[in-house]
Write a protein that binds this ligand. Structure first.
Ligand code: NAD
Ligand code: TYD
Length: 348
């Protein structure tokens, strides 16, 4: 039986990856390690917690002793590393926590994996999940490819870039078998409402202002989270060691156009007059160091592994919005308590 460690499996993307692996590979034993920060939530994996090939462990990847002990108890065949501090705005307020989790935490996992596997790397794999934000910002033209130079601008992307470099360095220096992917903006169910799409869905439901940063012309490429999970499954099993793959949705949107589309769909769902939710749009102070545009060239993963997004943006957005309507309690729970303080501080 293969024993696989998935970190950050109670978060947004991690919960989709854990669910896919637990359901699709009953022969694997999946250990979900998560510190359950504000972004981690056991409700996100409630539907699989009873399955015999799944185990949850609460723990912090920054704690070196804990990580070393975990690796001495379990003989892992693979690691899928998703645990991270993931929100750019929070990284501007508290960069050090991003260095701790994203850099030191990744180092602890790399060291533990290297030490456990060093006598025989065969059949082992360390998969580091990263972001396209490490490449910095594009102008109106062009796409990020796997050979684009790293040029991170936010503390978040700088911490992810640093961890990516350490993963590569462990491959080159110690021969650690790794794969690395850099993906564009995800959206879908279980997305914490601090990021654009779930924040705006929640605010539209509650008739609260929609805070668009700057002029709203910033551009992102959006990928449905379940398509990201499919790509991660494929790269973990079929990607080449010591390779990077870019993952993207071929789906660029200016923020303001995306917000207007969201308002239109939400008006229909809520039975509001067309244009009603758009009245909530409020242009607010820009994010410092705001990257203008991200866009991914995902042709390598397409050509080499045959992956491409399976749902259109319209389908994915519809599924996402329906999920938030069907999971009102989840939304209420995650937006109570500490969320209110965060919101007040960020948007007042
Ligand atoms: P998330 O913030 O929703 O979840 C992160 C998870 O990591 C949470 O469950 C949290 O509890 C856990 N965690 C945080 N610090 C930890 C620590 N010190 N020890 C153990 N667990 C800890 O993030 P996400 O959006 O699901 O992103 C997952 C990964 O994918 C991250 O590495 C992120 O950089 C990357 N990524 C995200 C996106 C995106 O659009 N969200 C796009 C590309 C790449
Ligand atoms: P976000 O979801 O935070 O993802 P990222 O910064 O990692 O791309 O933001 C997506 C885009 O939406 C980005 O250009 C910033 C913008 N944005 C707003 O205009 N208002 C907001 O309240 C948030 C959270 C984001």
């Amino acid at each position: 039986m293969k024993k696989i460690l998935i970190t950050g499996g109670a978060g947004f993307i991690g919960s989709h990856v854990v669910r896919r692996f637990v359901n699709k590979y009953p022969e694997y034993q999946i250990i979900n390690l998560d510190a359950l920060t504000y972004a981690g939530n056991l409700e996100n994996v409630k539907d699989i917690e009873h399955l015999p090939n799944y185990k949850f462990i609460k723990g912090d990847i920054v704690d070196e002793t804990f990580i070393n002990d975990l690796f001495s108890i379990h003989n892992f065949d693979g690691v899928l590393h998703l645990a991270a501090e993931s929100h750019v705005d929070r990284s501007i307020e508290d960069p050090l926590s991003f260095v701790k989790t994203n850099v030191i935490g990744t180092m602890n996992l790399l060291n533990a994996a290297k030490n456990q596997w060093k006598d025989n790397f065969k059949g082992k794999r360390f998969y580091h999940i990263s972001t396209d934000e490490v490449y910095g910002s594009l102008g109106a033209e062009g796409l990020f490819t796997e050979t684009t130079s790293y040029d991170p601008n936010s503390p978040y992307s700088a911490s992810k870039a640093s961890s990516d470099h350490f993963v590569r360095a462990y491959g080159e220096t110690y021969g650690l078998p790794y794969v690395l992917t850099n993906c564009s903006n995800n959206y879908g169910s279980y997305h914490f409402p601090e990021k654009l799409i779930p924040l705006f869905i929640n605010n539209i439901i509650n008739n609260k202002p929609l805070p668009v940063y700057g002029d709203g012309n910033y551009t992102r490429d959006w990928l449905f989270v379940e398509d990201h999970a499919i790509a991660i499954d494929l790269v973990f099993h079929e990607g080449k060691n010591h390779e990077t793959y870019n993952i993207g949705g071929f789906n660029e949107w200016k923020n303001i156009d995306l917000v207007k589309l969201l308002c239109k769909i939400m008006d229909q769902k809520l039975g509001r007059a067309e244009g009603k939710s758009q009245e909530l749009i409020t242009y607010v102070k820009d994010r410092p160091g705001h990257d203008f545009r991200y866009a991914i060239d995902a042709s390598k993963i397409n050509k080499e592994l045959g992956w491409k997004p399976s749902v259109t943006f319209e389908e994915g957005l519809e599924k996402t919005i329906n999920w938030y309507f069907d999971n009102e309690d989840w939304l209420k729970n995650v937006t109570s308590g500490a969320y209110k303080e965060y919101y007040q501080k960020q948007y007042s």
